[in-house]
Each structure stands twice: as structure tokens, then as C-alpha cells.
Design a protein around this ligand. Sequence first.
Ligand code: FPP
Length: 257
Amino acid sequence: MGKSPVIVTFKMSLRDQLDTNKLPNHIAIIMDGNGRWAKQKGLIRVLGHESGTKSVRETVEACAEIGIKHLTLYAFSTENWNRPKLEVQTLMKLLVKSLKKEIKTLQDNEIKLTAIGCLKDLPEKAFNELQYVKEKTKNNERMTLTLALSYGSREELVNVVKELSLKVKNNIISAETIDESIINKHLYTQNLPDVDLLIRTSGEQRISNFLLWQIAYAELYFTDIFWPDFKKEHLVEAIREYQNRERRFGKTSEQLT
Ligand code: FPP
């Protein structure tokens, strides 16, 4: 009697599925579609956000595993304060809960947590928890996870203009010396490189006041998947697509080769 064949399946690591020489250094994500995901399932909106936190975890883990250095997540915009009070409260509670729950994972994986936005607008509990996790993880160097909270790009740029005008007025700098690098140094993202890949879930194709300056040369990737359904394989798919794009930064194809 012949032996039955042994079938061996290999599960490729996330890194093995990608060209590790062409990884985006900075990925930013507009996590959209929590509400529609919930509605589709006959659930209330806040359950969509709760489920969305699982995708946050999965994406952070995947980025660390792949070797992405910077991940920025649009968690709450300046405009989101206008949502129903219960939804805003739930989002803030989810933030506190996630920070408390994930601090160990951040430490174990050497991930530094930072935040951008008008953080003083956050409820005290959320603000304090955020400061605590930022402080605890500040020396981690494997990856930076940045949460955009009460963030609006136009507000960020208005602040830069105000700060620079004051510096000119007080003779700290002269108007002629203002250049891109000075502007970069006054943005919330002063310690982050430009975005290489911007992902938006849920089928919407707009930027919604997110990192307008920082995405100048980012590759944009839109997927119909709702954020709570966004899994590691979807991230790999987005990075694969990024790796197939030719980034010319204004040059011609011939100049690149
Ligand atoms: C957009 O979906 C999502 C948000 C406004 C919030 C994103 C928040 C989370 C994923 C959970 C908390 C985050 C952290 C970092 C712990 P939407 O409500 O606009 O969906 P819709 O367009 O379908 O209504």
C-alpha cells in the first residue's frame, strides 16, 4: 500500500510577502467606515468604533512585524467634536481603554506612542492617560505610532503661520529665512518624516483635512473595506500596490534610472 502524500503548507511571514528594500517609511491611515460597518450589521454606531479598535491593534502589530518605522492614525478630527455627544464620549472612553490595555504591547514591541492635534481639547482623563503612555514609551525606537486626536490640518497650518509671524515680529527670525524646513519644524509632525503612503478605508476618496502639507508626495491608496474589516492582508495589499508605483517626485522616469 502506497503512503498517502504529506501536504506541508507554509505560512509566509508578512515581510516575506513584500520587497523589504522598498518599504514605505511612513504610513498614514484615515480609518473610515466604522459607522457604516455597524449599520450594515444592524448594530449601533459605537459598536463599529469598538470593533475598529481591533483593527488598530492588528494594523499596529502588522506594521511592527513588517518593519514600518512610522504609522500615523487619524483617530479623531477637529470636526468630529460635532458628532452626537454619546458618540464623542464613547470614542474618548475607547481611547482611554485602549491606551490602558495596550501599554504593555507597546513596551514589549518597543513602539513609541506620540500624538498630534489640539490635545488640550481632550477630556482630562484621555489627556492624562495619553501623556502617561507617551512618557512611558518615549525611549522606544522600533516604531513610532502617532495618534491624530482633535487634529485638523488647516488648524495646524494656521498655528504655524501665527508662530512664525510672531517670531518675525519679535525679530527672532527674518521673513526671508522662512523655508520648507522651518515650516516643518513648526508643525505638530515636526519629528516625523513626510508620509509615503496614505490609506483610506470605506470607499471614500478624499483627504478630510488630514496632513495636507505632509502628504505632498504621498502615494494615495483607497480601499472599499470598512475599517473594522481591515486586516493584516489588506495592509500587505496596500503596501504591494505602493511598491508597484513609480515615485517620480516631479522628475521623469528616465531621470530616475
Ligand atoms: C471613522 O468612521 C472613524 C472615526 C471617526 C474614529 C476612529 C476611531 C477608532 C477606530 C477607535 C478608537 C481609536 C483608537 C486609536 C483607540 P465613521 O464613524 O466616520 O464611519 P462612517 O463614515 O461609516 O459613519
